[in-house]
Design a protein around this ligand. Sequence first.
Ligand code: AMP
Ligand code: ZN
Length: 462
Amino acid sequence: MNLTLYDTYTRSLREFEPLSPDEVGLYTCGPTVYDFAHIGNLRTYIFEDLLRRVLEFNGHTVKHVMNITDVGHLVSDADTGEDKMEMGARRTGKTAWEIAEFYAEAFKDDLRHLNIMEPHIWCRATDHIAEQIAEIQCIEANGFTYQTSDGLYFDTARLPNYGYLARLDIEGLEAGTRVDMAEKRNPTDFALWKFSPKDEQRQMEWDSPWGIGFPGWHLECSAMSTKYLSTFFDIHCGGEDHIMVHHPNEIAQTEACHGTRLANYWMHGYFLQLDDTKMAKSVGEFLRLQTMINRGYDPLVYRLFCLSANYRSKLNFNWESIDGTSRQLNRLRLAVYSWGDPGSETDASYITRFTEQVNDDLNLPRALAVTWDLVKSNLPDDVKKATVTAFDRVLGLKLAEWVPEEESVPDDIVALANQRQKARAEKRYPDADTLRDQIIAAGYEIKDTPTGPEVTRKPKAD
Ligand code: AMP
Ligand code: ZN
């Protein structure tokens, strides 16, 4: 069954053909580690995790690379303003290096909570300064750079199809532009290397052929994806905001240096919105996964919430929907738990239906509908269990691992059970029955086993 993916570069659904039969190269733009990730960021990583799982479900071996941006991402995408890392350092009173370490670890905790598979390779921008300098030298040698008083820039006018990914109307931009160009030649030009300010010492800076400074943000992804994958690999992903600036610039750098558009497929996850407004780390208050955990939600509730919408549509966050999703996850877990051990056979027709949906550009909402059909079906329990376990390789909800929490039975119920036991021993059967009814009415079950009566909480449907 063919896998079809939506490629932003061609604005079309394309049947997925790996460049090599052995391995699919996947690069996903990682976090800027100056603060915690918000749940919007995490939606993008869940989408990328689903993509990887679907590729693997289809039998591909994936090599997944994710970067950690720990230098060079300025407050404004127009290459002005403070470096977010230096800003984070100022806010917290720690060094930029310390906060990079701290927030990178916090990010990895978030991924673990969401059962997102770890990339095979993590790479940090600050560990790849030499590779970035080499890439700039290559771009410079091919005649695409110019220098200003604050850095070395990419001359986008030299690249005929600059901005194709974004379908940028360059001429319209030039005519209507009111942005502060400073010394830039064109509004879309961007920094490859920024000089350290003359009057202040940056925490993160390096020597280079152009002077002391730091690499521009777009450079790290071109340089590191090329290093770990190649100059033309299978799939490059990020959030929808990257369609306009970051990814066109990654492509421009790679075209200028290697003559390729870096990746064969460009895929983008759409934003999570909070009450219909964009959620951004830089605008104060934001919602973290930990906020949800602190409110008593299992983090996989958020994963299921993201699965219930297509990655190419915006998703609105609100607590009522999260409560609804939490009940759904509970129902699903209880059903799967009640099926006992999996058999050796899955159900072929359900596997086909599920595969059709996930292979249709990751249609997870419909794949979930197939999962609910399976729950309601009359198939034998062990077949259902084996089949849902196969689905869960994509869903990642840890369905087969879940067991109900052992709930301790409160003392007053234990006392009732003891009184019933005594009544039975004294052959006061009507009393024993009344006591049993009281136990059941309180939401517990009592079973007489060879080792004596056993009291348990009645499973709840919701
Ligand atoms: P950052 O840490 O700011 O570099 O962003 C990390 C990732 O999160 C990028 O791929 C962004 O495109 C993505 N992103 C940022 N905001 C949102 C949002 N509200 N919803 C979904 N993805 C987002
Ligand atoms: Zn990137």
